[in-house]
Design a protein around this ligand. Sequence first.
Ligand code: XIL
Length: 372
Amino acid sequence: MTEGLLTRRRFAVLGLGALVGCGGPRRSGVVGMSAPGAEAVDGAGSLKAHAAARGIVYGCAVDVEALQNDAGYARLIREQAGMVVAENAMKWAALRPGVEAYRFDEADALVGFAETNGMKVRGHCLCWHKGLPGWFAGEATVENARGLLVEHIERVAGRYAGRMHSWDVVNEAVEVRDGRADGLRDSAWLRLVGEDYVEVAFRAARRADPQALLTYNDYGLEGEDGDSLRKRVAVLQLLRRLKQRGVPVDAVGLQAHLTVGDRFGPGMMAFLAAVRELGLQVFVTELDVDDRKLGVGVAERDGAVGRVYGEFVGLVLHEPAVNVVMTWGMTDARTWLKRADGAGERCLPFDEKELPTPAFFALRKSFDGRRV
Ligand code: XIL
């Protein structure tokens, strides 16, 4: 424990945050430093604690390399996250340097970190048309692709069997614009393995890890626009087909890569209710908010991004099937989003200085408002 942390905690406990000037500890652990009623953002004030009090697991995607080399980052993740998922370290490209070669160092490190700190782990992802290694295009064929997929899932999900909260087994398999009646994306997996590749992947995952909750994960399911509506219809059809065929799917992942200006409402809620009626859980898996439509002013951006977090999470938590909320990162210092104007991101619960943003408070308030 660093001295900074002790200081931070003590200030929080004593409620003296309002007296701490900006020249104080690097991150004070208190908010509204000049405002009365400052409150701790760690311990009982953390996102994971507020979520857990309402039966929700809060967590985030992590950069495993940073987890190993940046102590401040690791501390923030330990402080706030009840569950972690590798942003990239469990994708094919990270695990499969060669057709026969696997490397598990980062993936193992993440699972070890989570276990040491009493956190849950999600796996992401076993079958996706992106995140594939360079060799895949040249080596995968109609003859060997099914075997490659099944062997990969057995090896990877099998390695962590019994230790994972859930796996994103198939990621982003639906693309309505590809024009197929079944809504499936015209992906390498579809072309090489065939239409049953989704089923093949889920069955292999269940065999390899009977305990993990097996998840179908996708984006673009949250809005009230026509694209979201059509995608929800197609995903629901896919889920119904899978359930009818006895395919072991346990949950749907809403990626929730949102944009300022998005509207959420009855279309999404009806979808979530239909998912629940199929006997499935719902996880918010990759939440963040893109503000590139706005100018560079931080106050305006923070207000708008915080409102999107509050509106979206407040709404989805009305659905009892939603019990996990993961953000796609914890701090703006490490996010996959990049504004073209170089203004720096303001899309996650903590900013580049590891100070809580309006998104943090919106998340916490949304957790607090969940009916238990
Ligand atoms: C992204 C990572 O955040 C980036 O670092 C990487 O370069 C590309 O992938 N949907 C997903 C995630 O399911 O795996 C993606 O992660 C973001 C979109």
